[in-house]
Design a binder for this molecule. Structure first.
Ligand SMILES: Cc1cc2nc3c(=O)[nH]c(=O)nc-3n(C[C@H](O)[C@H](O)[C@H](O)COP(=O)(O)OP(=O)(O)OC[C@H]3O[C@@H](n4cnc5c(N)ncnc54)[C@H](O)[C@@H]3O)c2cc1C
Length: 391
């Protein structure tokens, strides 16, 4: 009997044009050849593989969906499939790119003036400068829309920032950190581009995470940090503008969750064909096939949903609730899928050398960041009922 080996079961890659397919293929090759063999080493040590940045830069995928300003300028579909390919091998590298190319570059692209985009985006697209995105605070996570306590006070043609941020990916080494703070004058959230070495800015690495250990998350302290008005994102006047960035990146996280699930499924399928028990490959047992098909169904349903979301983004009709539904659905399916994969590998499922254990751990972070399942559910619930149920 012929084996269908491709986890792209419904052949969604056929929707890509030749350039898009070439990009996705190049990302796949880079991840399999340059990242897969080394990533457990960095994961174990909680270190970031800085020497992979030139290779990632050559892929020309940072800020992929941004047009102009030295950015690659691809479709949302290509951007999404690239995110899936990254996470298919490693969710930390996918997250690093999501924070840099999505959250940080996306903030400048969606909320910056033309001059600011010209000033910052080209070097970030080349990955000569790396970005971070600082919204969450030690005491304010899900409630960021109304609860930010970091303050911004205007002082002539400067702003003075004070407060703390938590969980900020890439922040230990980022060149540009997008800091979201509440303007004490009008109580609205505004965005500021703070350079890593600025006086009063410190980023302390968070240690001992059990997920995404390669991502360098930091707790940031801002103590009378002075930022010129020229570095305030000129098109960000309230949290509504921050939400535009999250709409973009939540779609990317849904694709990433699909990639994480797909990678775990592929490892599990390979393992099931090799591993022998009772004198035959475990892939020949009905209950093992049940696990594999459940995984494949999750991956396929998630990928189809993401494709349609990307199409809505590309035709300009995607709304917050579309991204929120995809983020919530795909992360739930991911969590289930990596669990099935681990189950299928038996004891080897908890050994890093078999990869699936890393997928299980990393999935926990993807499940919670960029809006938990509950918060994304409430965004969709508000859209379908017309009644906000956040508090
Ligand atoms: C690995 C990692 C990387 C991250 N990177 C970044 C980053 O780069 N930049 C950044 O700004 N942030 C980042 N975050 C923060 C992330 O976005 C938050 O963790 C997330 O928004 C949830 O906030 P919280 O962890 O404070 O949980 P909380 O808001 O304290 O929520 C705890 C629980 O309560 C539930 N809950 C809260 N409110 C409600 C409600 N109204 N109804 C029902 N349930 C509710 C939540 O769903 C959750 O289950 C990162 C987080 C992680 C784990």
């Amino acid at each position: 009997m012929d084996q269908v080996v491709d986890a792209d079961f419904y052949e969604l890659e056929q929707l890509l044009d030749a350039d898009g397919l070439a990009k996705v293929t190049a990302v796949r090759e880079f991840m399999e050849k340059s990242v897969a063999p080394v990533i457990n080493h960095y994961w174990t040590r909680e270190e970031f593989p800085h020497d992979l940045i030139p290779g990632l830069s050559r892929l020309n995928i940072a800020g992929l969906a941004c047009q102009g300003y030295g950015c690659p300028g691809g479709s949302s579909l290509v951007d999404g499939m690239v995110a899936m390919e990254l996470a298919r091998v490693d969710s930390s590298i996918a997250t690093f790119m999501g924070v840099h190319g999505g959250l940080a570059m996306g903030s400048i692209y969606l909320c910056g003036s033309d001059e600011q985009k010209q000033r910052w985006l080209p070097a970030m697209a080349r990955m000569e400068k790396i970005g971070a995105f600082a919204l969450t605070e030690p005491d304010v996570g899900s409630g960021a829309a109304g609860g930010l306590t970091t303050t911004a006070q205007r002082d002539g043609d400067q702003w003075v920032l004070n407060g703390q941020k938590k969980w900020i990916g890439n922040a230990t080494f980022a060149d540009h950190v997008i800091v979201w703070a509440r303007d004490v004058a009008d109580n609205q959230v505004k965005g500021f581009v703070v350079d890593g070495g600025t006086d009063g800015f410190t980023a302390a690495k968070m240690r001992d995470k059990i997920a995404l250990r390669v991502v360098q998350n930091a707790q940031i302290t801002l103590h009378d940090v002075r930022v010129p008005e020229a570095d305030r994102l000129q098109q960000a006047d309230s949290f509504r503008d921050t939400a535009k960035v999250l709409r973009l990146t939540r779609a990317g996280v849904a694709w990433m969750a699909t990639g994480c699930a797909r990678g775990a499924y592929e490892h599990a399928l390979g393992y099931a064909r090799e591993r022998q028990q009772f004198g035959r490959p475990i892939a020949g047992f009905q209950l093992v096939q049940d696990l594999l098909v459940r995984m494949l169904a999750n991956v396929t349903a998630s990928a189809c949903l993401c494709v349609r979301l990307s199409q809505l983004q590309d035709n300009g009709s995607a709304k917050d609730h579309h991204s929120a539904l995809a983020k919530a659905f795909c992360t739930v399916r991911m969590r289930e899928t990596v669990g099935y994969a681990r189950e299928l590998l038996g004891g080897n499922g908890i050994l890093l050398e078999h990869q699936v254990g890393r997928f299980v751990a990393d999935a926990e972070a993807i499940y919670s960041y960029e809006g938990t399942r509950e918060i994304n559910t409430l965004i969709v619930g508000r859209a379908i009922t017309g009644i906000g149920a956040f508090v």
